[in-house]
Write a protein of this length. Structure first.
Length: 291
């Protein structure tokens, strides 16, 4: 992590990790410490109207690509919010146990929005959205419009949770293609009522990417289930009840995220006594992903 700071940062007691008035997105490139920049119109309106930011206040800036900064507001009016950079920090990726979320595109906008927002807050590194064979397909124009909305929601959730990295959203034509492209570099976990508890799985390794997969409520086809087994997907128990896809996504993300140690801690512990290694091909229940 690299850092730039000027005398004003120390004099004001500011830090890129803390501010009185919240966090704001300002895409790069940024000027050097001591220079000024103006927030985009939407961020300026939010700062002035919702958070009542005024001249002299300190705020935190993030660019969504690992850069965070402390800034002093020098103007906050109808023309926008202009700030002077007090400190810039290059933030490393948040943790050595990255996890990504693969889920089908959901027709109900609010449910998909909620999943994107909450998974970002939990620490999702990347989203993989796929067209499931048994899900309703949206037109291209609708997909593009919703993609912009999901990007905005991820940015807002990034700020809310104090992150400096915004998870990218990658689109795939099918789950079969997604797994063919991604499974070779990631360990695949999926929700299933017959699966193991997370603490009974083989130990997570530092630097290992976890790909969490949920399916559509209509279930997976035989081809999709075969692809999941070929990817050596490991079933994870989320509870005794059937869940909607977005609920399963957040439940799986939450139990996995909660099981990972702190960034500076040791590797996650091994499987519980007597637990089997679940790294083999998934058998049965693959059509209940998301259940």
């Amino acid at each position: 992590m690299t850092e730039q700071s000027g005398p004003s940062a120390e004099q004001s007691g500011s830090a890129a990790g803390h501010s009185r008035h919240g966090e704001f997105h300002s895409p790069g490139p940024w000027p050097v410490v001591g220079a000024e920049l103006t927030l985009a119109a939407g961020e300026s309106r939010h700062a002035c109207r919702a958070l009542r930011v005024r001249s002299g206040d300190r705020i935190r800036l993030v660019d969504g690509e690992g850069r965070a900064g402390a800034a002093l507001v020098v103007r906050a009016d109808a023309r926008g919010v202009r700030v002077r950079l007090l400190e810039i920090r290059e933030v490393e990726r948040e943790d050595p146990w990255p996890w990504e979320l693969a889920l089908p595109r959901l027709r109900a906008r609010g449910r998909m929005d909620w999943a994107i927002e909450k998974a970002t807050e939990l620490g999702c590194r990347r989203f993989h959205l796929f067209e499931a064979a048994r899900s309703v397909r949206a037109g291209r124009g609708s997909r593009e419009a919703r993609a912009e909305r999901w990007r905005a929601l991820a940015l807002a959730a990034m700020k809310q949770s104090g992150r400096a990295w915004c998870p990218p959203i990658v689109h795939h034509d099918s789950l079969v293609r997604l797994l063919a492209q991604e499974a070779g570099r990631a360990r695949v976990l999926y929700g299933d009522p017959g699966g193991l508890r997370v603490d009974a799985l083989a130990a997570f390794r530092r630097g290992e990417t976890l790909l969490l997969v949920v399916g559509p409520e209509g279930g997976l086809t035989a081809e999709e289930s075969t692809a999941l087994a070929a990817a050596r997907g490991e079933p994870v128990r989320l509870g005794p009840h059937r869940l909607r896809s977005e609920g399963a996504a957040i439940a799986l993300a939450a139990v996995v995220a909660a099981s990972l140690p702190a960034a500076d801690g040791p590797d996650a512990g091994g499987p519980a006594t007597g637990a089997r290694d679940a790294r083999g091909p998934a058998t049965g229940g693959a059509d209940r992903v998301g259940a």
